[in-house]
Ligand binder design. Structure first.
Ligand code: AHG
Ligand code: MN
Ligand code: MN
Length: 334
């Protein structure tokens, strides 16, 4: 039997591959691993909330029961705050960034941006949800409290990104720009164990993933591409949690689309919390990630924290194919 490698062991070991590294990034990744276990426990309990008497807005001690996305947000913040390596966080759940107070003897070199619970509409029906995170290095003086503009870095500046999938099993998948590795939570020992080393996405696949209910609200070129997928007898899979939908594609190949609609002319998903971290992971696995203007998502300028983006990501050959459709049909349209 192969020896088990835990997430903690793996991140410490890979840190040694970067001589001179301070270990701060390693500690942040470990903190996120701890947060993921706590969120996992709570996600697992979600169905029991009613019978445990925590269904209403307050629990037995009269405290307010939080929605899981708010809970996940707070757990992530708490786990990152105390270490002293993270200068602050930006979250889909918060209007403004949180700047942490410095911890004595620590230099806070990093920033974390996150979607603490992705696909939250799935919770009540016991379907998979996720957590997405991206980590940047601070660009300015680490002695000063972090300001919002420091969070507005392009995706190409990410030093690490990952997601946690609370699925049939719980997985944490992350990259530091040197390939993608996946860890499965072994509940019997409470550890994430290396289960998928150097994950590579197939160059093509049999799945497409899009909310086809919005078909008539998509632009012509997107509708033509979806027709093409259907002509090819590709299988449509749409969970409604980006983490889960992309996770399938990581293994089986395919394409995920969230184009502009009439309701969301700039796309629905958020660039810094969802688009950039997932693009970094997808690219590191050999896939591609563009917006519907065919720009590489990681190169897009970030103008505001809650900026939205359209998304085309997945297997490289399929994204290239879609690119041809967009070029062909936009030319006809103009
Ligand atoms: P969140 O739960 O963080 O708001 O994200 C939900 C997102 C994403 O995960 C998913 O792909 C998409 O919204 C689903 O949107 P539609 O219901 O419009 O298809
Ligand atoms: Mn989300
Ligand atoms: Mn969310």
């Amino acid at each position: 039997m192969e020896r088990i490698v835990t997430l903690d062991e793996f991140i410490i070991k890979t840190q040694q591959d970067f001589p001179g590294s301070s270990g701060s990034l390693t500690r942040i990744l470990r903190d996120i691993g701890i947060a993921a276990k706590i969120v996992n426990r709570e996600v697992n309990m979600a169905g029991l909330v009613n019978i445990l008497g925590r269904a209403d807005s307050s629990n037995a001690s009269g405290e307010d029961v939080q929605k899981l996305d708010i809970f996940a947000n707070e757990v992530m913040i708490d786990c990152l705050k105390n270490g002293g390596e993270c200068a602050g966080v930006a979250s889909e759940e918060l209007e403004n960034v949180i700047a942490f107070d410095p911890v004595e003897g620590q230099t806070a070199e990093y920033l974390v941006l996150m979607d603490p619970l992705d696909g939250s509409s799935n919770i009540d029906v016991n379907v998979s949800v996720g957590t997405i995170f991206g980590i940047y290095k601070r660009e300015s003086d680490t002695n000063k409290k972090v300001a919002e503009k420091e969070f507005l870095q392009r995706g190409s500046a990410l030093v690490a990104a990952g997601y946690v999938l609370y699925g049939t099993s719980t997985m944490l998948v992350y990259t530091t720009g040197n390939g993608v590795n996946g860890f499965t939570l072994d509940p019997s020992i409470g550890e994430f164990c290396l289960s998928h080393r150097n994950m590579k996405m197939p160059a093509s696949g049999n799945y497409y993933s899009v909310n086809q209910g919005y078909y008539l609200k998509f632009d012509l070129e997107m509708r033509r591409y979806i027709d093409h997928c259907s002509d090819l007898n590709l299988r449509l899979r749409y969970i409604g949690s980006m983490v889960s939908d992309i996770h399938r594609i990581m293994f089986q190949g395919g394409i995920f689309l969230y184009p502009n609609t009439r309701k969301y002319p700039a796309g629905k998903l958020r660039l810094v919390y969802e688009g950039n971290p997932m693009s970094f992971i997808v690219e590191q696995a050999g896939g591609k990630a563009l917006n519907t203007k065919l720009e590489r998502i990681l190169d897009v300028e970030v103008k505001e924290l809650h900026q939205r983006t359209t998304i085309i990501m997945g297997s490289s050959d399929m994204v290239n194919d879609l690119q041809e459709f967009v070029e062909r049909y936009s030319a006809i349209n103009s």
